[in-house]
Design a protein around this ligand. Structure first.
Ligand code: 5GP
Ligand code: ZN
Length: 116
């Protein structure tokens, strides 16, 4: 399915380059970059180049492209990849703040930094 963007979505703007980001990996279907408020060093986001708020609204080709990118980011962390969380929130009650599907890659290098 063709890429779909929403004009006032901050992640769609990041994909288009209208908002700057620290880009990591980009493919035909996905874009990944560092989180602006990292929970630990290397906290990254993987987003589809298709505006959908929630995971179940995303076409499969976009969904399928995202996880290999998360895996590449984890592998690039090297030793830091021993402990990490992959997180994806859907809806306000589930702590989604940005209404464009995104997968968090959150390294957990020690007890203090990271998710929990
Ligand atoms: P959520 O709570 O929706 O799962 O997570 C949204 C994430 O997007 C947060 O971790 C937040 O720091 C990140 N974020 C929000 N706005 C921006 C931005 O403009 N640039 C970047 N790089 N990250 C953002
Ligand atoms: Zn969007």
């Amino acid at each position: 399915m063709a890429a779909k963007h929403l004009a006032n979505c901050i992640f769609c703007k990041i994909i288009k380059g209208d908002i700057p980001s620290y880009k990591l990996i980009e493919t035909e279907f996905s874009f990944s970059f560092l989180d602006i408020g990292p929970l630990s060093r290397g906290h990254a986001l993987v987003i589809p180049k298709y505006h959908a708020q929630k995971l179940h609204e995303l076409p499969d080709e976009y969904l399928a492209d995202a996880m290999p990118i998360a895996k590449k980011i984890v592998l690039a962390l090297g030793e830091g990849a021993e402990n990490y969380n992959i997180l994806q929130n859907n809806g306000r009650l589930a702590h989604q703040e940005v209404d464009h599907v995104h997968f968090h890659v959150i390294p957990k290098p020690n007890a203090e930094e990271g998710l929990i």
